[in-house]
Design a protein around this ligand. Structure first.
Ligand code: PLP
Ligand code: ZN
Length: 427
């Protein structure tokens, strides 16, 4: 009788290979540096904190070869992500990342672009790019001794925290607005977290979670673990460059909720350049929002860095953050790289979902519809040149937000189980 073989296990890295690489947490406003820990705001000015890397330690080990020899997940970039401990058991790994960079010739043609790629994060373990940030946040949290994990979520983050906490056997508390899509609610609940629906919008949920975090000491991935969490989004940028053959694209278009993803994609490109891993001009980085929640796009249109909070009203719930924490920094990235930040109404979001599905076979959630619709507008406006090698970040899976398209697509016709009936209706 043949013996069963265990499924291949790909270790995140050997213990000896994990190089702790942080020297502190620095305030993004005043520059004050604190110790690595469970802290997210500056003790002096309440500004947001950012991890400070030991760049000498990283330079000493990082190389294209070491990355290519690493696991087929985002942990191949572990040297460039927060590493708080050399104990590999702290690393949480559902094999997130290294998602396909798909050529999109049919969509490119429809949009009038000569070269378009899709960074397809619909295929991550819990169906969105949030698995990237959660993997990194939980790994840092475990190294800091956190036992209970939590988040304030617009849906996808809750799905990802629930899945990862289940996989490591940790208790989880997930806080979501009470009016989310069914797929997003059940996509968390199925993993058995403590799922708390809050009567309010995401900004209300977030405010509550800041208080709960202070009161309980739980590891809220996007509150007190946010400095580590946000670094996970860099892996989108790392992967794009590696998958293009260690080259930069000309232009990347991302969706914006808090703005952190867009900011960290740009940071990834600058890190690759600074470690000598990729040469060439840094990409332009652009962002998109739904018109019904467009505080960053609105500031961009005014030529201002001052983001005025809005009350969200859009089908793009995953992007519905009215008071985005990284909005200011997203505007800075657009400004520095020559990118832009646009917004698109709900009917164009639906059209964007359908255009992507019909041309490239990729079914995205509303955030993907925002990206495609925004890309379309930017090409039409000449903001993106037709010859720019462009990458669109498709950040979440359409099966989570079927409500968005339920009135627009459906069966072509219904028949009785008879060939005659089928042929009659076919003609
Ligand atoms: C959260 C989310 C985003 C935006 O991420 P930010 O880093 O908060 O800007 C984009 N797409 C999807 C599907 C998301 O869930
Ligand atoms: Zn400060």
């Amino acid at each position: 009788m043949p013996t069963a073989t265990a499924p291949p296990f790909v270790p995140a890295r050997e213990a000896a290979d994990l190089v702790p690489n942080l020297t502190g947490l620095a305030c993004r406003e005043c520059g004050e540096v604190e110790e690595v820990g469970l802290s997210h705001v500056c003790g002096f000015c309440f500004g947001p904190l950012e991890v400070v890397y030991d760049t000498d330690a990283i330079s000493a080990v990082v190389s294209r070869e070491r990355i290519e020899a690493g696991p087929p997940s985002l942990w191949r970039y572990g040297d460039l992500l927060p590493t708080l401990s050399s104990d590999p058991s702290h690393r949480v790994d559902l094999q997130t990342g290294l998602t396909p960079l798909r050529p999109a010739p049919r969509l490119a043609e429809r949009l009038g672009l000569s070269e378009l790629w899709l960074k397809d994060d619909t295929v991550n373990p819990s169906g969105s790019f949030k698995d990237r940030v959660v993997t990194v946040a939980l790994s840092a949290g475990r190294a800091l001794g956190i036992e209970t994990f939590a988040c304030a979520s617009t849906g996808n983050l809750g799905n990802s925290v629930s899945a990862h906490a289940a996989a490591i056997g940790a208790p989880a508390y997930v806080f979501i607005p009470a009016d989310l899509e069914t797929g997003k609610v059940l996509g968390s609940a199925v993993h058995g977290p403590n799922l708390v629906t809050v009567r309010g919008n995401y900004d209300d949920v977030n405010r509550l979670c800041a208080e709960v975090a202070d009161d309980t000491g739980w590891g809220f991935v996007n509150v007190n673990l946010r400095t580590y969490y946000a670094e996970g989004s860099k892996t989108i940028g790392f992967e794009i460059a590696e998958q293009l053959g260690w080259r930069f694209p000309d232009h990347v278009v991302a969706p914006i909720a808090s703005g952190a993803m867009m900011v960290k994609i740009d940071k990834a490109f600058r890190e690759l350049a600074s470690y000598g891993l990729v040469d060439g001009d840094l990409p332009r980085v652009s962002g998109g929002q739904a018109t019904g929640c467009s505080p960053v796009a609105e500031a961009f249109a005014r030529g201002s860095f001052d983001v005025r909070p809005q009350k969200p009203d859009t089908i793009a719930r995953s992007l519905a953050i009215g008071n985005p924490a990284d909005g200011y920094y997203a505007l800075k990235v657009a400004d520095r790289t020559g990118g832009a930040i646009g917004h698109v109404p709900d009917d164009e979001i639906i059209a964007g979902i359908r255009l992507l599905a019909e041309t490239e076979g990729v079914f995205a959630e509303t955030a993907g519809g925002v990206t495609v619709a925004n890309l379309k507008r930017m090409v039409e406006a000449g903001t993106i040149g037709r010859d720019e090698r462009t990458v669109a970040v498709i950040s979440g899976n359409g099966y989570k937000t079927v409500e968005a398209i339920a009135d627009d697509v459906g069966p072509s016709f219904e028949v009785s189980p008879s060939l005659d009936d089928f042929l009659a209706q076919l003609s």
